[in-house]
Design a protein around this ligand. Structure first.
Ligand SMILES: Cc1cc2nc3c(=O)[nH]c(=O)nc-3n(C[C@H](O)[C@H](O)[C@H](O)COP(=O)(O)O)c2cc1C
Length: 163
């Protein structure tokens, strides 16, 4: 069996505050006889590459950086392979968010999926010009049709004109 070791580079008391202790990861890498995967504060492809360079980990894991930004994995690949940074269009991001909700509804049932999707919608629309007003509406949505109105609004189209 292949053993893979993982270090959570924050204390329990620290929660998500401060920075993940990458030097502690590097220290573990230097002592461990098994491949080490690192995690903590990887929010971009460049950060993933930096973690590998600075710590020598065999792999990088991404948690918060993937919330609302599943495109980060393409970004990591581009950063590691020296390819141009992918820049997903708004239309593509909306399509992915819509697909995410539809898979989640099939898995969890519509209402539970929509309640859970509120936080994902907020993450997907972070940094969008009309993000704050979209998010204030999202926190009241309980069905897929309600989110569909927001996807259309986010796309910048008149909801009455359809998609
Ligand atoms: C939505 C979410 C769910 C998580 N669930 C778990 C979990 O079930 N078990 C666990 O050990 N860590 C869990 N974590 C912690 C992450 O695995 C990771 O250690 C931590 O978020 C630091 O990585 P990051 O800076 O990439 O977010 C979770 C994190 C997030 C954001």
């Amino acid at each position: 069996m292949r053993v893979v070791e993982r270090l959570h580079a924050r204390t329990r008391a620290q929660g998500y505050s401060g920075s993940a202790d990458w030097p502690a990861i590097a220290d573990l890498v230097s002592r461990a006889k098994v491949p080490v995967f690192g995690s903590g504060d990887v929010f971009s492809g460049a950060a993933a590459r930096r973690m590998i360079e600075e710590t020598g980990v065999a792999g990088v894991m991404v948690a918060r950086g993937a919330m609302g930004n599943p495109f980060i994995f393409q970004e990591v690949r581009a950063a590691l392979e020296g390819l141009p940074l992918p820049t997903p269009t708004r239309a593509h991001r909306i399509e992915v968010a819509r697909h995410h909700l539809s898979l989640s509804a099939a898995f969890l049932g519509e209402r539970s999926a929509c309640l859970e999707f509120r936080k994902h919608f907020c993450a997907y629309t972070k940094g969008e010009s009309q993000g704050a007003s979209l998010r204030s509406l999202a926190v009241h949505k309980t069905d897929v049709a309600g989110f569909e109105e927001l996807f259309v609004r986010w796309a910048g189209k008149d909801p009455s004109s359809g998609r």
